[in-house]
Design a protein around this ligand. Structure first.
Ligand SMILES: *[C@@H]1O[C@H](CO)[C@@H](O)[C@H](O)[C@H]1NC(C)=O
Ligand SMILES: *[C@@H]1O[C@H](CO)[C@@H](O)[C@H](O)[C@H]1NC(C)=O
Ligand SMILES: *[C@@H]1O[C@H](CO)[C@@H](O)[C@H](O)[C@H]1NC(C)=O
Length: 311
């Protein structure tokens, strides 16, 4: 009998360990300069992007020049079943939503694109901000997920124009007010390449940026983080910012960071630079499914321990 209970306890421990692979919801952001047909016809680029994005529930892609490139990437993602990424119970299907082509330079019009897993995420709204304050005005997307603690949240991307980065970052506050009013939802995250550092934003510029001066906004990627690939630059250009305590509470502590494919995928830096001179960013949200499972597993574990001690 003792042996049975021990076996039971071990079994539950194994199940819990297994389930701990399920525990998070990942949001990623990647600036992929000039993502067009030529770039997406490079097999190595698509392969690396597929490996990066197959780890994420929602990914923001910046600097998409041609929607055809996104279609190529989606095809690859939807085919993907590499065992190292096969930690979830099923294979995921991915879809995308994109803004119109935005910008002033007709040779460099860009789309904001989100790629998301259809099994964990659904799209409930999208809104193109209109104003001359931005070269590429943010394209806000309202998402719903059954696996996050706060089911509905808004992502607002920005690929700022380097020469007016400070002004654009400040104007994000106006986009925030607009979106909150429209969707009555303050679970808002800003993400993207803000050019928030080095020559484009100095320490003294911060007082002119309401997302900094208003302490209700939390900058998850701090000034100390280097989001660029080369050793020559150490700049925190890419950022993630959330509003309010309810969004902050569902973020896993210390999970906001750059993801380094050179270390994690063992690819050469000159190969990574073919994809981008930036690193992708990621952040993990706590999962509602996991908190439920954790409670249940704990209950069974205690039950088994009870048996064990009783006999
Ligand atoms: C979330 O749950 C609702 C209600 O059960 C369901 O209608 C919806 O399809 C689910 N969404 C996703 C993305 O699973
Ligand atoms: C807005 O959201 C709050 C909290 O989520 C809710 O209590 C309120 O009724 C909502 N207002 C409208 C107009 O939907
Ligand atoms: C910060 O922004 C929030 C949301 O708009 C607002 O309610 C609050 O009053 C602001 N705080 C300050 C100090 O301006």
């Amino acid at each position: 009998m003792l042996r049975t209970s021990t076996a039971l306890t071990s079994l539950f421990l194994v199940v819990m360990l297994f389930l701990s692979g399920l525990d998070s919801f990942k949001i990623c952001s990647y600036n992929i300069p000039k993502f067009n047909k030529a770039k997406s016809s490079n097999y190595r680029v698509i392969h690396t992007l597929t490996r990066v994005f197959s780890r994420c529930d929602i990914s923001l892609l910046l600097h998409v020049q041609d929607p055809a490139a996104v279609r190529t990437l989606l095809k690859s993602l939807n085919r993907y079943s590499d065992s190292e990424n096969y930690r979830y119970l099923g294979k995921f299907k991915y879809e995308s939503v994109s803004s119109e082509a935005l910008g002033k330079d007709p040779k460099d019009l860009q789309h904001y694109t989100f790629i998301y897993r259809t099994q964990t995420v659904s799209l409930i709204g999208q809104h193109q901000h209109q104003s001359s304050n931005f070269v590429r005005p943010p394209f806000a997307v309202h998402f719903h997920s059954n696996t996050t603690l706060e089911p509905e949240f808004v992502l607002i991307p920005l690929h700022s124009e380097p020469t007016q980065a400070v002004q654009e970052m400040d104007k994000l506050y106006d986009v925030f007010l607009e979106v909150v009013k429209m969707w009555n939802n303050t679970n808002v995250m800003f993400l993207g390449d803000f050019h928030a550092g080095c020559a484009y934003m100095t320490r003294s510029d911060k007082k002119d940026i309401r997302l900094f001066s208003n302490t209700s906004f939390s900058w998850l990627i701090t000034d100390r983080i280097d989001t660029t690939v080369t050793d020559q630059t150490h700049c925190p250009y890419d950022r993630m910012v959330v509003y309010g305590t309810s969004f902050l509470k569902q973020i896993k502590p210390f999970s906001a960071k750059v993801f380094n494919p050179i270390k994690n995928f063992k690819i050469q830096s000159r190969r990574l630079v073919e994809v981008s001179d930036h690193f992708p960013l990621e952040v993990e949200l706590k999962s509602s499914v996991m908190s439920l499972l954790q409670t249940q597993s704990l209950y069974f574990l205690l039950l088994s321990l009870h048996f064990l001690l009783d006999l």
